[in-house]
Design a protein around this ligand. Structure first.
Ligand code: NAI
Length: 710
């Protein structure tokens, strides 16, 4: 039985959700069917005084059955699926008895929609509990009446951000903002408060079922809303560039549903949901953010046979931008940190970065002073290598210099635990080469963090030729320990993320050298779904750093007897740095000007440097070039076994450099486009623009065999 029924001496029925054999309660077919059966008997029970809904799991109700959602093929199936749940909720709220949700755990999506169909929401005051509508993050909308009940409960303007952004909040904030009515200290208190409320409110009704119902803040057709509706779509579009149909459909569902009565509104919601559930974007997002991300977190790319490892003391070499960030996230996860730089003063500067971030948390009320002190006390700043004594993991983040890295490796290995792992945060130097300077190359690995470390969710783990499996397992566990997402790649120049990201910037800069308008290139990239245009991001990275890396790579390749191919974009970077002395944002000038006051703007000199010439490409053509070049390079990484799983490719591309999430990542892009169609378009682009668009052999074979990237 997925719902337990009990009735007490006061004739209050309690329905306890408890899906057998599952850690969570889901809104699945069984739950809805069982709910219907209970509703039949509740409706015919004349002695009933009220109903309490609660759960026996950690969560109140976790939300939709994603397997079922992912399997939806057409809009009829989608409407059928949500209408059953909707009907059950409607019967519950119009049964004529007071219904209280006793929220003992998180109520997300369908779970919170169930709570909304109750007349009272009482929630346990536990900061681990989350409340909200995450549907939009999977490309769908809340279709259990959420887009109808929620704005009618808290108002359109207050409600829309929760629905459109998918943010989750804690009980205290939920109470403050009206998402729940009351907090309870523990389970007994929760039930006691629910019972009391039922006794006090025998006639409870939903506001929208009362004759004198008024929308808080005005209904969607009231004059004071006109202006908001006029700008809301373009406001949303400014952020999404029309790439996220869920955002548009949520707006439409709230707007149109608000013009009609509640039940008609619910039907409108189902229609907008169905369009999304049967569409491609939600499939892309569910595939990557649900199945593949969960697979990664469960350790798909972690070698089996090694016990879960927990790092106790991490040494970090270099307290600069990266090292100080790594120290912060490690201390936050409860790990003792030794932060070493050339001297105590420099190391202390790195430690101050943590203090600054922690202070922000305290001032926002997200952390107590005691907790801050506790975390900060875990970071020991030092100038002495001896302090690395006893470290079971050391991560170096010193300057990008091979000799220096060799020196600090040898020094750390003298003091750290003999079976400890040594990791390099290098962004460009191949790990296998760096490991040659280690006394124990099987314990040497790459841990490539992204900047700013405290915000970026990804860590790219790089396996060198000699890296041992146990080392990989430990590194993988550390990344999860600091609450980041690990992808695992084999050693290669630029690894996976930097290698593919470079093709994006180079394609964008290449377009400029071909005489395309710089503003149009930036706009096309944003429309493609990239978070920032190629010119802007090059400025952020710094043109001088790009040039330095390129020169270093050229030298390395020449030593291997390989000639580095000329790339037009790189020539442009060289001119920008050497001829025009515009090294990027840090230097105050690059592709953009950075006035002290006001927003950055494209440097007018660009139009003189590369005046418009030749055929001006359509936006679609530019978008194809910008996205295909990244996807093709990813396929090459996969073919060369730099990447070994589709999940690592997809998640790495989105979390690492912001490849469009609505496409589900670089390899999912091919599935979405159609493998054969992608192959054909690549050939066209290769004919037109050059061999970087030539389809790799692997793709040709896959198209032949009708295979997809699984
Ligand atoms: P940074 O210049 O901010 O910091 C480097 C730090 O290393 C300085 O504080 C310096 O005093 C210290 N250092 C120099 N010699 C040392 C020694 N013998 N012992 C201990 N510390 C020493 O550099 P950043 O940006 O933090 O980069 C560090 C590493 O991380 C580089 O390998 C870089 O390629 C890599 N990386 C950088 C990223 C970025 O966005 N900046 C992203 C990913 C990796």
């Amino acid at each position: 039985m997925s719902i337990k029924y009990e009735k007490d001496s006061q004739n209050i029925a309690t329905l306890t959700f408890d899906k057998p054999g599952s850690p969570v309660n889901l809104v699945d077919a069984l739950l809805v069917e069982t709910l219907f059966k209970h509703l039949d008997s509740l409706e015919s029970d004349s002695s009933l005084t009220g109903i309490i809904i609660t759960s026996n799991k950690k969560d109140f109700l976790a939300g939709a059955d994603i397997d079922r959602l992912y399997a939806i093929k057409d809009t009829d199936e989608a409407v059928f699926m949500v209408d059953a749940f909707k009907k059950a909720l409607r019967r519950l709220e119009t049964l004529g008895k007071p219904v209280a949700a006793a929220m003992n755990g998180s109520a997300l999506g369908g779970g919170y929609e169930l709570a909304l169909a109750c007349h009272r929401r009482i929630c346990m005051d536990n900061p681990k509990i989350e409340i909200g509508f995450p549907e939009v993050t999977l490309g769908i909308l809340p279709a259990g009446g959420g887009t109808q009940r929620f704005p009618r409960l808290i108002g359109v303007q207050k409600g829309l951000p929760y629905l459109m952004e998918g943010k989750r909040i804690r009980p205290e904030e939920a109470l403050k903002n009206g998402l729940v009515d009351e907090l309870a200290s523990d389970r007994d208190d929760l039930i006691k408060k629910a019972v009391q409320w039922i006794k006090d409110n025998p006639e409870a009704k939903q506001p929208w079922d009362s004759d004198n119902f008024r929308w808080p803040g005005g209904d969607p057709k009231s004059p004071n809303m006109v202006q908001m509706w006029a700008i809301a779509p373009s406001f949303a579009n400014k952020k999404t560039y029309g790439n996220y149909p869920a955002v548009k459909n949520i707006l439409s569902s709230v707007y149109e549903g608000g013009q009609v009565d509640f039940e008609t509104g619910c039907r409108i919601e189902s229609k907008y949901f169905a369009e999304l559930a049967a569409g491609k974007t939600s499939k892309n997002m569910i595939n990557t953010f649900w199945y593949q991300l969960n697979g990664i977190k469960k350790g798909k790319s972690r070698p089996d046979g090694f016990e879960k490892y927990s790092v106790k003391k991490v040494g970090i070499l270099g307290a600069g931008m990266m090292g100080s960030g790594i120290a912060y996230v490690s201390a936050l996860a409860g790990i003792d940190v030794v932060l070493k730089d050339v001297d105590m003063k420099t190391a202390e500067k790195g430690r101050a970065h943590s203090a600054e971030l922690l202070n922000k948390r305290v001032s926002r009320g997200k952390m107590t002073e005691e907790k801050k002190g506790e975390i900060l006390s875990r970071i020991k700043a030092t100038g002495k290598a001896q302090d690395l004594d006893g470290c079971d993991l050391v991560i170096e983040a010193v300057f990008e210099d091979r000799n220096l890295k060799a020196e600090v490796t040898a020094e750390a290995e003298k003091y750290m635990l003999p079976d400890g792992v040594f990791a390099s945060n290098t962004s460009t130097l191949p790990i296998t080469g760096l490991a040659e300077k280690s006394g124990r190359p099987q314990q040497f690995i790459g841990l490539h963090f992204f900047s700013p470390v405290h915000r970026m969710p990804l860590v790219e783990i790089i396996v060198g030729k000699k890296t041992g499996k146990e080392t990989l397992a430990k590194a993988f566990d550390y990344v999860l320990q600091i609450k980041k997402t690990p992808i695992v790649v084999n050693d290669s120049r630029g690894f996976y993320t930097s290698r593919v990201f470079r093709t994006y910037t180079m394609e964008g800069l290449g377009l400029l050298t071909e005489g395309q308008d710089p503003a149009t290139i930036e706009a096309a990239s944003l429309k493609a779904g990239m978070p920032i245009g190629p010119l802007a991001v090059s400025d952020e990275v710094s043109l001088s750093l790009m040039l330095h890396i390129s020169e270093q790579t050229k030298k390395d390749l020449e030593e291997e007897g390989v000639k580095m191919p000329d790339v037009p974009g790189m020539k442009l970077v060289e001119r920008m740095v050497n001829e025009y002395e515009r090294a990027g944002k840090k230097a105050g000038k690059g592709f953009y000007d950075y006035p002290e006051k006001g927003e950055k703007r494209l440097w007018p000199g660009l139009w003189d440097l590369y005046p418009a010439r030749g055929k001006q490409y359509s936006q679609e053509e530019m978008i194809d070039r910008i996205l295909f070049v990244q996807v093709l390079e990813t396929i090459r990484c996969y073919e060369e076994k730099v990447l070994t799983t589709t999940a690592d490719a997809n998640i790495g591309s989105i979390f690492g450099w912001g490849f469009p999430p609505f496409k589900g990542g670089t390899l999912q892009f091919v599935n979405d486009y159609g493998v054969k169609e992608f192959l054909n378009r690549s050939k066209e682009l290769a004919d037109e623009y050059g061999e970087r668009f030539n389809p790799p052999e692997l793709l040709v074979k896959m198209a032949d065999k009708n295979e997809k990237f699984e």
